[in-house]
Design a protein around this ligand. Structure first.
Ligand code: PLP
Length: 217
């Protein structure tokens, strides 16, 4: 049988375009340098105080993303320190990111968090709200929407797969509906399920525990 050159290139491209966002909540600054040496380029923090502390102490080449729930009144502390905010879950937060970005004369890349399994304990917009959210984003000059982020439910990995599929489909619909944006990022998949997420179009996997020795994952 012949090699399908186009397919090989496509697969290589697909794999190359997946970014590891190292979730840093279990890590100290020394370990950020250790990860950087191994080739990790993006550090994802989920709490503002820890992000500020690491940002101050770390002077390497890696960049920071905000991946955890962000309170509206904390945006101003991180706006000029992160390259992307994954966890945008309210109109108020969109407004504040836009306002602070304007103030700092920068454009902030954001992902819209979707509460894909409609869990009460989880943040994020419901999928029915997404059209309105992205329509709203058209008027926000200093915010650049790049795609979607989900936190999958804590169930076993094979059951999580349906949420990844659903998110990928949502992404495709939104790309059609909002061609003025470049919605090519899908931030999904963590230590216990990232292989499934990648299978269904994740471009950014956020991994913490699996980077550590003796972790259960
Ligand atoms: C901690 C964290 C992760 C990574 O979780 P692990 O199970 O440790 O891989 C991903 N996303 C967010 C928002 C987190 O807070």
């Amino acid at each position: 049988m012949e090699i399908d050159r186009e397919k090989v290139l496509k697969i290589l491209q697909e794999i190359k375009s997946i970014h590891l966002v190292a979730a840093t909540k279990y890590l100290n600054v020394q370990q950020l340098y250790e990860l950087e040496e191994l080739g990790v380029k993006i550090f994802g923090e989920n709490r503002v105080p820890s992000l500020l502390e690491k940002y101050e102490q770390y002077h390497g080449k890696g960049i920071f993303h905000m991946i955890g729930t962000l309170q509206v009144n904390k945006v101003r502390y991180i706006i000029d320190k992160v390259a992307m905010i994954h966890s945008v879950d309210s109109y108020k937060l969109i407004d504040e990111i836009d306002r602070q970005a304007k103030k700092h004369n920068l454009k902030m890349e954001i992902l819209i968090q979707v509460n894909i399994a409609m869990e009460e304990s989880k943040h994020g917009f419901l999928k029915e709200e997404l059209s309105s959210v992205f329509t709203y984003l058209k008027s926000k000059e200093n915010v650049i929407p790049k795609g979607l982020m989900i936190m999958a439910p804590h169930i076993n990995s094979s059951d999580t797969e349906k949420y990844f599929i659903e998110t990928e489909n949502l992404q495709k619909e939104l790309q059609k509906q909002f061609p003025m944006f470049n919605l090519n990022i899908l931030s999904m998949g963590m230590s216990n399920d990232y292989e499934y997420a990648i299978k269904h179009g994740a471009t950014h996997v956020r991994i913490g525990q699996a980077l550590l020795k003796d972790s259960p994952k």
